[in-house]
Write a protein that binds this ligand. Structure first.
Ligand SMILES: [Zn+2]
Length: 440
């Protein structure tokens, strides 16, 4: 008797998305004039496959059977050795990856896969946050940022501004192409998160002129120039604030409180044993030097028997007793970029901080971009593919899932990623399941 397998959405399956990434790479211009024994597409796809399989290195690909799977599953004609791969990828400017990220995003849009990620009135919640993924006293490249210490020692480091569509009710996050925080061609000046955010927002609008976003960030972003940048690009926001950093704002809230303009409300969640307490006021100045930058302010306490958690935000969305709870959940969901994105990349098999090679020009940044792209494809699976979720549930953890996935990949000749996931779910011995395919 046939088993009815979990639903697979044809255009959003791992196999379809790998093909999409491959065709995106194939469109990138070849920067080498000679020595093209291995194509740029193969070198990029090999690095992508390494992150997709969470392989600690490329060496395992050299095995005969795995080389076959590298061809059938990832479409790679010839796998470069790791030294050669680094040589090919080092001069590739990271900005070339934008259309590849966008094409995966468009595929998700076309498949209506992003609908469950809508947060409020057709708007997506977009979390932005900077993170450092490399630091060294000795290894460095032309793109490294640097910091000179008092004793003359230099620390070299790499950061990026990560961006991901998040939702308070969903574990999945949909990363967009990160903005590298790096030294740019021919300059010796350090870049910074604020400049990266400016570039990011402008490119976001070029890529998605009509998409509605509510940007959520930590308290470092709650400054007038950044709020003006968001406003100029038609982006709403929910940004953290802290009394220590925003004393004037908190004083103005006190003034409004005395004038009777502040609204307080409470919601009791008896099942969870917590009280949600709010106070909010609309239309207050952000700070003394930018009194014309007006914001709406929310302060929130989550009170349980054992502890009280306290948060505050500013937003351009008008706050009411009707929406304050939902806006609070949007503000609190920001941690998902820290937890579900960066921590996943660091601790769930992606080796975000591990050095696959640094290079002299862009290699370190190129690897970070390709890792984020592999993470995007994985998150698309988690969001859309019941087969992937069934395997994950069966194996109990991502770490186990990646481990078993690699073991099969290296040991069996496979025709597709779907075959690999089905083998993980049903075993090779069982009868082939009937797979229901949704061709939307
Ligand atoms: Zn570097």
């Amino acid at each position: 008797m046939a088993i009815v397998a979990p639903h697979v959405r044809k255009h959003l399956s791992a196999d379809a998305l790998f093909r999409l990434v491959h065709s995106g790479f194939a469109r990138l211009p070849e920067h080498r004039l000679d020595d093209t024994e291995i194509s740029l597409t193969d070198a990029l796809m090999a690095a992508f496959a390494m992150f997709s399989l969470k392989a600690p290195s490329l060496l395992a690909f050299a095995k005969e059977r795995a080389a076959g799977n590298v061809h059938t599953i990832y479409g790679i004609a010839r796998v470069p050795c790791d030294t050669y791969m680094r040589t090919i990828l080092d001069p590739v400017s990271p900005k070339v990856f934008r259309p590849v990220f966008t094409s995966v995003f468009r595929q998700l849009q076309r498949g209506k896969a992003l609908e469950p990620m809508v947060f409020l009135d057709g708007h997506y919640l977009l979390a932005l946050e900077g993170t450092e993924y490399f630091s060294s006293q000795t290894i460095h490249c032309a793109s490294c940022l640097h910091k000179v210490h008092r004793n003359g020692a230099i620390t070299y480091f790499h950061q990026l501004l990560g961006a991901a569509i998040i939702h308070p009710d969903r574990r999945e996050v949909i990363p967009l192409m990160p903005e590298p925080i790096m030294k740019h061609d021919g300059t010796d000046k350090n870049d910074c998160e604020r400049n990266a955010a400016k570039r990011f927002v402008a490119k976001l609008r070029q890529d998605h002129p009509h998409l509605k976003f509510i940007v959520t960030e930590d308290r470092l972003s709650s400054n007038a120039p950044h709020i003006e940048t968001l406003h100029a690009h038609g982006l709403h926001y929910i940004l953290g604030v802290k009394e220590g950093d925003h004393a004037y704002l908190f004083q103005q809230v006190q003034v409004a409180e005395h004038a009777g303009r502040v609204t307080s409300s409470e919601r009791h969640d008896r099942a969870a044993g917590v009280v949600h307490r709010f106070r909010f006021v609309n239309d207050v100045p952000l700070n003394a030097s930018n009194v014309d930058v007006r914001v709406n302010f929310i302060e929130y306490w989550e009170i349980s028997d054992t502890k009280v958690q306290h948060f505050s935000w500013v937003t351009d969305l008008r706050v009411s007793t009707r929406n304050v709870f939902h806006l609070m959940r949007g503000g609190r969901a920001r941690w998902k970029i820290e937890n579900e994105t960066f921590n996943t990349l660091k601790n769930q098999g992606y080796h975000f901080e591990h050095t696959y090679g640094h290079g002299e020009q862009y290699l370190s940044v190129v690897f970070a971009m390709l890792m984020m792209l592999a993470f995007l494809v994985d998150q698309a699976q988690q969001l859309c593919c019941a087969l992937f979720r069934a395997v994950w549930t069966k194996l109990g953890s991502k770490r186990m899932l990646w481990e078993r996935m690699r073991a099969l990949f290296y040991d069996y000749a496979l025709t597709s990623m779907r075959q690999l996931f089905e083998a993980l779910l049903y075993g090779f011995q069982k009868s082939s399941p009937l797979v229901t395919i949704d061709s939307t």
